[in-house]
Design a protein around this ligand. Structure first.
Ligand SMILES: Nc1ncnc2c1ncn2[C@@H]1O[C@H](COP(=O)(O)OP(=O)(O)OP(=O)(O)O)[C@@H](O)[C@H]1O
Ligand SMILES: CC(C)(CO)[C@@H](O)C(=O)[O-]
Ligand code: BAL
Length: 513
């Protein structure tokens, strides 16, 4: 955006936002200031993903109980503003308490997240805290209307609660979790670390050490909650200056206590060191991560992804086939493809199931239990699919289904916004490219093999160039490379070489595959 704005008022903030030329994506990072490298990582991630970055700095009285540290919470506005400038933040919003709560805190309309999420873990010793957090975060989300909001995994309960409130209240924002940033000795960064004396800081290291021990036990095959918690508590008991509040294994989304880690568990700790309450956690994940392969049409994504998935024992989630299925459904029902509302209403009826176990066959596709494997590969669908897939509502519907399919991990998906939008938390992201000439040649050969000889190489080349341009320029999910994707150009590589490369990259991250 260019100009840096520091605003104190909602009107000022919204004026700055109204000056932006659409289309632009807004990334929002809510903080309480005293910024450190943990916050910095959230801001940097937002900067990579979004056109505009808004940071709020607000010490929210509603989330502090009367006996808590509201008054002495660290404040360093000058340094915070400088850091935000240095990181390329566009707008820093520092409202006063009166600006956000003009009618005071008594009798305020609040957001009350479900008890199942707020009553355990930190909620037990901080009653009312998450109501305060949820209320202020939802107010800020309403005021700023960001496309994405970034939260640290360090506050794992907060993250789960915000995700749930956003879903329950139908807010149109993506919540992005960012990994915990630690000091070199393992201590999770926190503004409250400033309260610690040198001696207390040394004691505080016990938290991350305990989690390390449990993580090691988990890697050695221990999945039982009682044993994992025992690892933590027996280590912490060696530190008389540390008072454990809780050490629990829960599901990271529902926060329900787990007896063992079947798929994924959150091992969370809170402890007092002197007068300072510290939290830390780790995710214990048995799932294989998601392999996201993005790239322009005809780069070889589907062949490569299908075969890499097979080699790695992952499920191949053929998103291209899903968009084809949706297109086929619309054509079947004679929907006017220029009538966006009608298309979206029609696509909302599509329940898609895929089976891509045989890497040498096209994915089998069922739509509302009807096998449409062959039908979706017609020329008519091929010519229309880009138009349908470009509709924001269609993408939302498909992305919902894709995320459900990927929820347990162990999935390989290809498309054009898998690593940036569908699975931004994918463990391995590949950006697969090839020149437009090479891609047109491959598509032409494919059509020849299918007996579709009426379309020429020149036409296909033209179509590919037009589609690339449209994909890059469209407002909804424009086509771009994720900042953490590894680029692989396939022009001078055989398919086997490309697959080998990707399999190797995946196994170096997930050796169990
Ligand atoms: N070490 C960290 N790594 C990643 N994210 C972090 C880290 N510390 C804080 N965050 C995230 O920054 C955002 C703002 O947090 P906040 O301003 O409360 O900082 P904090 O250091 O967590 O403060 P405190 O621990 O004192 O509550 C939250 O989403 C939080 O999860
Ligand atoms: C999200 C948040 C900024 C809301 O006040 C706060 O809880 C925090 O800093 O984690
Ligand atoms: N990081 C969560 C904010 C709080 O402790 O109040």
């Amino acid at each position: 955006m260019g100009t840096f704005h520091h605003v104190n008022t909602i009107v000022g903030l919204q004026t700055a936002l109204s000056h932006l030329t659409p289309p632009r994506t807004i990334g929002f990072v809510p903080t309480m200031g005293a910024l450190h490298r943990g916050h910095q990582s959230l801001i940097e991630r937002a900067r990579q993903d979004c056109d505009v970055v808004v940071v709020s700095i607000f010490i929210n009285p509603l989330q502090f109980a009367p006996h808590e540290d509201l008054e002495r919470y660290p404040r360093s506005l000058t340094a915070d503003l400088q850091l935000c400038r240095d990181l390329g933040v566009d707008i820093v919003f520092t409202p006063s308490v009166h600006e956000l709560y003009p009618h005071g805190l008594d009798g305020l309309t609040t957001v009350d997240p479900p008890k199942q999420l707020t009553s355990g873990l930190c909620g037990r010793s901080r009653p009312g805290h998450f109501r305060g957090v949820a209320t202020v975060v939802l107010k800020l989300l309403h005021i700023i209307q960001p496309d994405r909001a970034y939260f640290g995994q360090k506050d794992a309960q907060q993250l789960a609660i915000i995700r749930r409130c956003v879903a329950d209240l139908n807010l149109d924002v993506e919540i992005i979790a960012c990994p915990i940033v630690r000091d070199s000795d393992g201590l999770a960064l926190s503004s409250r670390n400033q309260y610690l004396s040198e001696r207390e800081r040394a004691t505080a290291l016990a938290l991350s050490q305990a989690l390390q021990l449990a993580t090691q036990a988990f890697r050695n095959g221990c999945v039982t909650a009682a044993i994992l918690r025992q690892q933590v508590t027996s280590h912490l008991q060696q530190f008389p200056d540390l008072r454990l509040d809780y050490a629990e294994l829960v599901h990271p989304d529902t926060l329900a206590p787990l007896e063992q880690v079947d798929t994924v568990g959150l091992l969370a700790i809170a402890a007092w060191v002197g007068n300072t309450r510290l939290i830390d956690n780790c995710l214990l994940d048995r799932r294989l991560g998601i392999l996201a392969i993005d790239g322009p049409a005809g780069a070889g994504k589907s062949t490569v992804t299908r075969q890499a998935a097979h080699a790695l024992g992952l499920q191949y989630l053929d998103t291209g086939a899903m968009y084809r299925a949706a297109t086929w459904w619309c054509l079947q029902h004679h929907i006017d493809l220029t009538d966006e509302v009608a298309v979206v209403e029609a696509v909302a009826q599509c329940r898609i199931r895929l089976d891509s176990r045989d890497p040498n066959q096209p994915s089998q596709v069922w739509l509302n239990d009807q096998d449409i494997t062959a039908a979706i590969r017609s020329l008519e669908v091929t010519q229309r699919v880009s138009q349908v897939a470009a509709l924001p509502g269609v993408r939302r519907l498909m992305v919902q289904q894709q995320r459900q399919m990927g929820a347990q991990g162990g999935v390989a998906a290809e498309g054009r916004d898998i690593g940036t939008h569908v699975f931004p938390e994918a463990g391995v992201k590949i950006f697969l490219t090839a020149s437009s000439q090479e891609r047109a040649k491959r598509r032409w050969q494919e059509l020849q093999e299918q007996g579709q000889q009426e379309i020429t190489y020149e036409d296909l080349l033209q179509q590919i160039i037009e589609r690339d341009t449209a994909d890059q320029q469209r407002a909804c999910a424009p086509f771009r490379k994720a900042a953490d994707a590894i680029e692989v150009c396939t022009d001078n590589l055989s398919i086997a070489d490309v697959i080998d490369k990707i399999v190797h990259l995946y196994r170096s991250r997930y050796p169990q595959a």
